[in-house]
Design a protein around this ligand. Sequence first.
Ligand SMILES: [Zn+2]
Length: 289
Amino acid sequence: MNHIINSSYLLNHARKFGYAVPAFNIHNLETIQVVLTIAKELESPVILAGTPGTYSYAGVQQIIAIVESMAAENNQQVVVHLDHHHDFDDIHNKIRAGIRSAMIDGSAMPLKENIAITRKVTELCHYYGCSVEAEIGQLVGQEDDLIIDDVADPYTHPEDARLLVEQTNIDSLAVAIGSAHGLYKSTPKLDYERLQKIAKLVDIPLVLHGASGIPDSDVKKCIELGISKVNVATDLKLSFAETLKSFFLEKPGSTDPREYNQLAKAAMADVVRHKIMTCGSAGRIYSFK
Ligand SMILES: [Zn+2]
């Protein structure tokens, strides 16, 4: 696993120099190929993320093998990340398989329990040189089997964020400032003031989930105010699915996956290129050398 790294160095570098590392949720061979190819083309650091559902669908060893072989061919160092994982043993098994970046999502728990599980997972992860992201506050919407409809107070409280970071030794923190998972019904209103407060109290990189559908200017503002990792899932799924839908409307008789997947890959490549430019991460791998 020479080309799969943890995310600490990348995120701290991004925080120091005022850009963000994009994290793309991948699902299959095609999404991995597109993200790694465009990241290489634009010389951008990149994180490939998968929810528990994605790893069950595509296979942990299989995802790692595809990423490792492609990164070796491209001469890239790549992060493969566990997005929204909850289970200690599941995280442990995936680290043993070669993953070096994990999110422990205890955000649905009361603060004390969130701190306890996050601390336990962080100790495990650091033993293996795996970096850890935790979450505080809750993002409404749906990401795989994680569905959050109605939360009385979904936002991250800055003081809680400070406590969680102080008591757990995590490497990055996902914050809830008004973004959501899945499709937005209207443009979200982000709480910049809250983000600023958290960034002042917390001395580690911050993570924005649910960035699909947030206007570029708003994402850029979040990066200015302390976001160092921007998660993109829905926009990739949409471009993939929409391309296939229009293809089959036009050519219902087609059966060759190489034909329609090629088009879907081109559409996803545009999304990846656009997100990398928005994050300001293009060309950044040069500054690591
Ligand atoms: Zn998320």
